[in-house]
Design a binder for this molecule. Structure first.
Ligand code: G2I
Length: 707
């Protein structure tokens, strides 16, 4: 195999030296369309259809719940619907302070126990509602006049209620409705706010975490569904701050008490922006005046399109059970019949309304959008306050030592572990990487819960899966939420991908398919002696973009719609170029910067010292032009010159890798706060055949973050 051409002072192209491998792939590439059935069935399997709300929601790993009143459990019509349709239950009033601790220190769990016992015996989970709320608060609490007493009382209430239900409540609304309506974005006045100040919310969450570490802890509020509202932004800032400082919070509840128009156009954007902070999002008290089918469908679809929107609860069962019964806002009429909104909801969850669905409206709603159709593109995400300061103009980093090294086995003789892609999902880092040796490239998968565990993780070689053997390199992984499917994008000589419904199952990957029938003409015309490498997909709320490099100074970009993905990539253009090919070489990454209008582009370059480093640019749109950020050798994004190595300078190259994302979906959102970059580096004294170089993986952590 060809080795370092060492043109002048520079190191030869990374994957450029795969000449033999790349040529050999031509056959693989043209054969790939035959595998389409496998990939199609993988994504279709996510929409198995069920006939009740709870069962259908469960098909995508979500729940469907209802607020329940203890006093109605004896009503046969009511409990029949409850038991048939719902797999999550929220006591509508029974866990509130005025019921559970009507006088100080004297707890009453009778009514709530009725609901919890009913739920448990019917296989339903419970959302606990609510521990700290200014309303339905007994007067003995609201009349407390000193901070110490109130703090003790609040902690004691949380501890008392949570201890009683320890292990029985899936998620608690720890604090409810603490933000003010209107344009302030501030907390509302309450006895808690007035005596304890802003810190009462944090205090409540910390106490709750200690009381039942297994329960998910949510902040719950209304009128926070519209992204640009000051109240939404206030809650967003609080959650961002909690996540940045390690204050325990796991979820945000959006009550979703809507008027006839249903959710605001930006609702999905709001859900995904919160989710990108690293919390689950849930629709917790849904009801819609007059229950229009479209309004219900739009609400459900917004949730379905956001991977971390993991459940929906309606605030009551029949219209007559509703706190706003005059508006008939629920899914069942007063007699317990399914309304048109029921069918719209079931359809949007991915189900098929059965003939059993009563009322003439069944026929109308059967024409609702099919399960997998994403909701209408939401309004463009506006910048959040303070976004201008999101990314600094220069960077400094601290590097770990080597965290991951190749683990050759009897059939895999491996020299280098390279090109990592990583998501944090379900409590684990999931890393995919190239493994390289003089005999070629393939892919490996490993997972671990903590970086300290990375070195001991098992390496699963993906040439033993549907991905197959042959040249496969430079993977990128993400969850495509509209199809509820994981994608692994990689190069085979063409731009290829495999799909999987379970990221933790290496055997679940489908055979490769190609994004393009062949190399787009514009690449053929500009690639010169370079190599087509490092495919990268990122989507906004309407479109998906496929970036790639040519080791010849060009960054290419193709486009398709979110609905058409992974098909339809056309309009390939040069997104960025440099007359010095080494200044815009390969390993490009593009990310959405959380809480701002910005996208970040980083591209690997080869410096005047022959070492790899990264330059950076920003843009306000994925299809836009890129403005230099830290884009030079003297002011790089990441280069040995702006990286400290407290455990020893094991590499002079900062090469192909990925930023750690805030979420894991197709938006590739990063939190600009204390960024981390997983990269490949190697012993500076190593040389010889490029494919045999001893690449290892390490982690950079940003040290000049202002947050
Ligand atoms: O206001 C709608 C909801 C807004 N988010 C928080 C939820 O907890 C809240 O639920 C409602 C219940 O649906 C009502 O049922 O909260 C109300 C109290 O703010 C509940 O109303 C109360 C009445 O105020 C009491 O007089 C009555 O005894 O319902 C009680 C039981 O029917």
């Amino acid at each position: 195999m060809a080795v370092m051409k060492a043109p002048g002072r520079r190191r030869a192209s990374a994957l450029g030296l795969l000449a033999a491998g790349v040529m050999a792939v031509a056959g693989t590439a043209t054969a790939a369309p035959a595998t389409s059935t496998a990939a199609d069935s993988a994504s279709a399997s996510a929409s198995v259809q069920a006939s009740t709300l709870g069962a259908q929601a469960a098909q995508s790993g979500r729940y469907f719940g209802a607020a329940v009143a203890a006093g109605k459990l004896g009503d046969g019509t009511y409990s029949t619907i409850l038991n048939r349709e719902f797999n999550m239950v929220t006591p509508e009033n029974e866990m509130k302070w005025d019921t559970t601790e009507r006088s100080r220190g004297s707890f009453n769990f009778g009514p709530a126990d009725q609901i919890v016992n009913h739920a448990t015996s019917h296989g339903q989970r419970v959302r606990g509602h609510t521990l700290v709320w200014h309303s339905q608060l007994p007067s003995w609490v609201s009349s407390i006049g000193d901070a110490n007493t109130l703090r003790t009382v609040m902690n004691n209430h949380i501890n008392g209620v949570m201890a009683h239900y320890k292990g029985k409540v899936y998620a608690w609304d720890v604090v409810n409705e603490a933000f003010a309506d209107g344009g302030s974005g501030a907390h509302r006045p309450s006895v808690f706010q007035n005596l304890l100040g802003d810190g009462f919310i944090e205090q409540a969450f910390r106490t709750a975490r200690a009381a039942d570490p297994a329960a998910k802890l949510c902040y719950n509020d209304y009128n926070i569904e519209n992204w640009s509202d000051a109240k939404t932004q206030g809650v967003y800032r609080m959650v961002r701050d909690f996540k940045a400082r390690g204050v325990p919070i796991d979820c945000v509840g959006f009550q979703a008490h809507f008027g006839t128009g249903g959710p605001p156009a930006s609702f999905q954007t709001t859900l995904s922006n919160f989710a990108a902070l690293g919390v689950d999002v849930q629709i917790t008290e849904l009801d819609i005046a007059q229950a229009p089918t479209t309004a219900y469908a739009n609400t459900v679809k917004a949730c379905m399109n956001v991977a971390r929107c993991n459940g929906i609860t309606v605030w009551g069962i029949r219209d007559t059970d509703s706190w706003r019964s005059g508006e008939k806002p629920l899914l069942f009429d007063g007699s317990g019949n399914k309304k048109p909104a029921y069918n719209a909801t079931l359809s949007a969850l991915g189900g098929t309304p059965t003939a059993k669905a009563t009322t003439k409206a069944t026929a109308n709603t059967a024409t609702n959008a099919p399960a997998q159709t994403p909701a209408k593109a939401p309004a463009k995400t506006p910048a959040s306050p303070g976004s201008a300061a999101a990314l600094p103009g220069s960077f400094s980093w601290s590097s770990s030592g080597v965290l991951m090294s190749p683990k050759p086995d009897s059939t895999h003789n491996i020299a280098g572990l390279k090109d990592p892609t990583v998501v944090y999902y379900n409590g684990k880092y999931h890393v995919f990487a190239s493994v390289a040796s003089s005999s070629g490239y393939s892919l490996v998968y490993l997972s671990f819960s903590d970086w300290s565990q990375a070195a001991s993780a098992t390496h699963h070689y993906l040439d033993r899966t549907g991905i197959g053997s042959g040249y496969r390199a430079a993977p990128q992984v993400f969850y495509f939420a509209p199809q509820r499917t994981w994608y692994l994008v990689y190069q085979t000589g063409n731009a290829s991908y495999s799909t999987n419904t379970d990221i933790s199952n290496p055997a679940g990957w489908s055979a490769p398919r190609n994004f393009y029938s062949s190399m787009p003409d514009i690449i053929k015309q500009n690639i010169g002696n370079g190599y087509w490498v490092d495919m990268w997909v990122i989507c906004d709320s309407a479109n998906c973009y496929l970036f790639s490099s040519d080791d010849n100074g060009h960054l290419y970009r193709s486009q398709t719609t979110l609905a058409q993905f992974p098909n339809g990539f056309t309009n390939t253009v040069i997104a960025a170029q440099d007359s010095n090919k080494y200044a815009l070489f390969e390993a490009s990454n593009v990310y959405k910067v959380q809480g701002s209008n910005q996208y970040l582009l980083i591209v690997e370059a080869i410096g005047s010292d022959g070492r790899r480093y990264f330059r950076s640019w920003t843009s306000s749109s994925l299809a836009g032009s890129w403005t230099p950020l830290a884009a030079s050798e003297n002011n790089p994004f990441a280069r040995a010159s702006n990286v400290g190595f407290p455990s020893g300078a094991w590499t002079r190259d900062i090469s192909h890798g990925e930023l750690i994302r805030a979420g894991y979906d197709q938006t590739l959102t990063i939190n600009p706060c204390r960024m981390q970059y997983l990269y490949q580096g190697m012993n500076p004294n190593a040389g010889g055949d490029y494919n045999s170089l001893p690449w290892r993986l390490g982690l950079l952590t940003q040290t000049n973050s202002s947050c």
